[in-house]
Design a protein. Sequence first.
Length: 623
Amino acid sequence: MREYSTPLTLDLPTAGNLTDAVVRNAERAPQRVAFSRRPPAAAPDADWDDVTAAAFLDEVRGVAKGLVALGVGAGDRVVLMSSTRYEWTLLDYAIWFAGAVTVPVYPSSPAATVELALGDSGARAALVETSDHLALVDGVRGGLDALAHVLALDEGAVDDLVRRGADVADDVLEQRRAAAGPDDPATVIYTSGTTGRPRGCVLTHGNLMTEVAVTLHELGTLFAPDAQESDDGDGGGADAGGATGGDDAAPATLLFLPLAHVLARVIQVGAVTAGVRLGHSAGAVTLAPTLRSFRPTFVLAVPRVFEKLFTTASQRATADGRGAVFDRAVTTAIAWSRALDRGRRSPVLRARHAVMERLVYRRLRDDLGGRCRFAVSGGAPLGDRLGHFYRGIGIPVLEGYGLTETTAAITTNTPEAHKVGTVGRPLPGAAVRVDDDGELLVRGGQVFAGYWDDDAATAEVLDADGWLHTGDVGEVDDEGFVRVTGRKKEILVTAGGKNVAPAVLEDGLRAHPLVSQALVVGDRQPFVAALVTLDAEALAQWAQGHGKRGGPAELARDDDLVAEVQQAVDAANAQVSKAESIRRFVVLDRDWTEEAGHLTPSLKLRRNVVVRAFRDEIADLYR
């Protein structure tokens, strides 16, 4: 059994709650730009409007008074169901100002998930985004006696709340706001349900304040303006982009992950606490032009986003007749990053890197707005190849590890201590232990107190000594860096008794531009096999270059395409032993989607759903 802990070297808050930061910001720097916002349907290159710290406080108070007028009481749960937009953050803080508890729900959630969140939490009110959401809630609210109010953003919910609360006195609201302490619930976040029925994780104000305090301490470089200076004009001046905010060197981040995701939520709270200008974007299709317009200094994403950015850049280079140059740039970037680990870069590598900087890397950084110096990744493993690639082009991707139950990250890489392929070391005050069966156990101030109204489920994962049993399998090296190798329940045991962690192979497969998703199978089977789906955009580019016609349905059995996917399989197999390697695979004629239930809203694979849906294809692999 191996254990590693990081000593607590900072004072954690012992009083107050998350709303204190909003009040403090408005008192200390009322005219500082806290947010840049624009309508959700705005064009990707539209201008951004500034919201000062003082204006945000005024808006939050106005909406919070409306919630009080509705009858939302201290400790009441309020469901918040919306895409990522400025109003999400506004409503979140307004709920806390009213002394209530936010229950976030993904905007793409089906009726059953919405009904569970509303009913299980006993929500008093629901704040949704669209008329479709209104109809969805109306369709399931019949048996929900506690649910008294449902308002939609697109039908004027914010203005309606402000009008309703006009007569609520300032001192009444302030009493509500100040009453909550670190031990009081701030939010109930329902897990994605990848391994069973979703459960409501109760996170307190103290959990979130602890997480933000230690994260800001460890990742201070991201939030400090003096760390965001451009290299020889690389980032341009204030007139180079569309975002406002005055100081072009000031830190800023654009949130585009759903704010129902705990990691996005922590970045939101961290940005507000640290005074980092925050923007929102809900459109993945228009993400690239939005990034160029907003020009963040750091971004947060899940691995799938980084994979898509890489694939898009590769496709663009191939279409421009520069595919070979891009491939050399990739090789050079990875070699450069690995050389950083060794502490020595040869003159030849320096020269090659300088050439690729002019030809390729600067353009790639421009895709992220031109000022981005770091990225944060969580939710799933990024993979060594992409990790080295992004660090090699000048944007280190800092991977961390955590669960909803740990208020997002409990370990993280930092700018000063970065080991590609790991999820970093425990944050200050946290500890990681590898149990005898390889399971990762974690402990720290950000670990939740339990599941909502479910003591039995809490006892299954949280022991008497405060160790959370994560269900993940991993290892800790001598320097304290943690490597996650898979899920305990997802470890495959072949008929020959070989334990196989699917994640390593699946990450390797997804590194290929043509591959969208992959599922490795082989439990109690004579060998390991895989299901592979195709990326539609990359497939179209490949088909054009090879004189082929059709989409996935027509090309899934094409010999040339199967040979291309075989290269991805060979590359993945190179990372494991022969007994663990993929012997057979099938290319499916359709991708896995959230709408079909194959993926969670945070793009994690629902293995049980996929295995059930494609049981015939899996059976064919072993015939």
